[in-house]
Design a binder for this molecule. Structure first.
Ligand code: FEO
Length: 398
């Protein structure tokens, strides 16, 4: 795959990680990319972002299609997380004359990751003039880490915003309109739900700043996945605003893990009862479900019911892992409850109730706990339990 022009002065020179399947727990069936951008003026050349260490040869080979890496004058580190920064030392070896710049927290992060390497800080008031082409900077704290920074090229109206507007999507195409808007927006949503969900307010603040400083956005070039241009820039931004609004629907996620089918039977009964109450319902067996896709559904769901069989006096480990995963993303305003079956020693539903409370889910009713296989009468009782939950979900939405 060749280097790809993004605009008059900017060329994509990143790397495609076709085989990435796990991003610290976020399953990534479509791989990812580590995008880097070469920005050329009449006098100087800048490289905005680098890549993960194993992909440095791929990055350098793409740069060489355009120019000798030794001609690079500036390397911009928008974000120190290793998917963008671990290859920095190796890239610097190929660009011996380059100065390296980062945000002030980024300077500290680069030093932490690279044995005290000292780089220069840039901020909102700084401009790097490449000769007819300039780079400007905006701190973007917590989008995605404290060091995160946006780099903007006003002459081409291109925003290089690192993780913001990214997607874990490997493709031969470089633009959202080329892979298709539906796929690009779907993966934008998966990325948002699994990485940026707790950071909606910070994203809104930074995008407000982008508007306030008057940066026109013809192209939004993230560090993962495809690049947004044309009408899709506004569409992606509107999607971020929608997801970040925190608005929830009368929708319930039923997520569970079963041993011998009793908790599964409860889950199906509960789901049917919720549907009969007019709620949108999504059911996930956590033994086989993708947590990442489930989180997309939780973006606008007000209810979360978590079920588990009891094993060794507690919940099944996939349920524990799921609650930990959800907790890290800090969904606000959700209500929940626990259900599950046991044989001779209960424990799972009590544990789930405690953990849901700890992660900030409002537990609105006692658990439904079932001994051994549910009888018809017990399934009816589980259904009534679900109806009580549905009423609370609907009441909260009024
Ligand atoms: Fe793609 Fe926060 O790193």
């Amino acid at each position: 795959m060749r280097a790809v022009p993004v605009s008059d002065h900017i060329t994509w020179v990143g790397a495609v990680d076709w085989n990435l399947r796990d991003f610290h727990g976020f399953d990534t069936p479509r791989g990812s990319t580590y995008n880097a951008y070469l920005v050329r003026g009449t006098d100087k050349v800048a490289l905005v972002d680098t890549v993960k260490t194993p992909f440095v040869p791929e990055l350098l080979s793409r740069i060489r299609e355009v120019l000798d890496p030794a001609r690079i004058d500036v390397i911009v580190v928008n974000h120190v997380e290793p998917d963008h920064n671990s290859g920095l030392r190796d890239v610097m070896a190929a660009c011996p004359h380059a100065r390296v710049v980062a945000s002030a927290p980024g300077v500290r992060g680069v030093a932490e990751y690279h044995d005290g390497l000292v780089v220069e800080a840039v901020g909102e008031d700084d401009v790097i003039d490449l000769g007819g082409v300039t780079l400007r900077f905006l701190p973007a704290p917590m989008v995605h880490w404290p060091d995160s920074m946006f780099t903007y090229c006003p002459e081409d109206a291109v925003l290089m915003c690192n993780d913001a507007f990214g997607q874990h999507l490997a493709s031969a195409e470089r633009f959202a309109d080329e892979v298709g808007a539906d796929l690009a927006l779907e993966e934008l949503k998966v990325y948002y739900a699994n990485i940026l969900m707790p950071l909606g307010a910070q994203i809104a603040k930074v995008m407000g700043k982008v508007a306030a400083v008057g940066w026109e956005l013809a192209t939004v070039a993230p560090s993962h996945g495809v690049i947004w241009r044309g009408d899709l820039v506004a569409e992606a931004h509107a999607a971020y605003q929608r997801w970040g609004s925190g608005s929830l629907r009368d929708k319930v996620i039923v997520a569970y893990s079963t041993m011998w089918g009793s908790t599964d039977e409860l889950a199906r009964t509960i789901a049917d009862a919720l549907v009969a109450q007019g709620l949108d319902v999504e059911v996930y067996d956590l033994a086989v479900a993708s947590f990442a896709r489930l989180m997309v559904e939780l973006l606008d769901a007000r209810g979360l019911l978590v079920g588990s069989a009891t094993l060794h006096h507690g919940m099944l480990f996939r349920v524990a892992g799921f609650i930990q995963y959800v907790g890290g993303l800090r969904p606000a305003g959700r209500m929940g409850a626990a259900f599950g079956s046991y044989g001779w020693s209960s424990g799972a539903t009590k544990q789930i109730t405690e953990r849901l409370t700890e992660i900030g889910i409002e537990v609105v009713q006692d658990p439904y706990t079932q001994k051994f296989r549910p009888t018809e009468a017990e399934l009816a009782a589980a259904g009534e339990w679900a109806v009580a939950f549905a009423e609370k979900v609907k009441a909260a939405g009024k």
